[in-house]
Design a protein. Structure first.
Length: 158
């Protein structure tokens, strides 16, 4: 166990004095400091106005919904595009299409000329990447299942 030193304090002159009064007496006067204007944390980062921020948010929102829509469209179309391919090659071809469409959205996002600070440059790539992957896979699996439900002998009769 750690040992702590006992706090040494001045004895109180009378037992009727309260501790709050003795604390007030012992605190030194703190001079007021001059109020200065807040300075930016880094001179490299320019101050962003509200209009520029709303424009950036609007473009990021547009990029998000574009990736969501393209994930649904590409996942559904992968079922029909790769119908002739069998087995493992179909899976890898579909995943390749998913990656190609995603890189196409990155190129489109760079063409949108978003004015992002250097700390937010990776948002062009990371914006909605998880939603894109899962919606692509979900739509691909669901459409493939619905198209091939009658032709499989899984024991489920609809």
């Amino acid at each position: 166990m750690a040992k702590f030193k006992k706090k040494k304090s001045e004895p109180t002159p009378e037992s009727t004095d309260s501790k709050s009064e003795s604390v007030k007496e012992n605190t030194p006067e703190i001079p007021e400091t001059e109020k200065s204007e807040p300075t930016p944390e880094s001179p490299k980062i320019p101050l962003v106005s509200e209009a520029e921020k709303s424009e950036k948010d609007r473009k990021l929102n547009k990029l998000f919904w574009m990736r969501i829509a393209l994930a649904l469209i590409a996942g559904t179309s992968a079922t029909f595009i790769f119908e002739d391919i069998e087995g493992e090659e179909r899976r890898w071809a579909s995943i390749g299409l998913m990656i190609i469409v995603f890189f196409a959205t990155v190129i489109i996002a760079k063409g949108m000329k978003m004015q992002l600070p250097s700390s937010d440059r990776k948002k062009i790539v990371t914006q909605a990447i998880g939603s894109y992957v899962f919606l692509y896979l979900f739509s691909w699996i669901v459409t493939y299942t619905l198209i091939h439900v009658g032709s499989s002998s899984s024991g489920i009769n609809l």
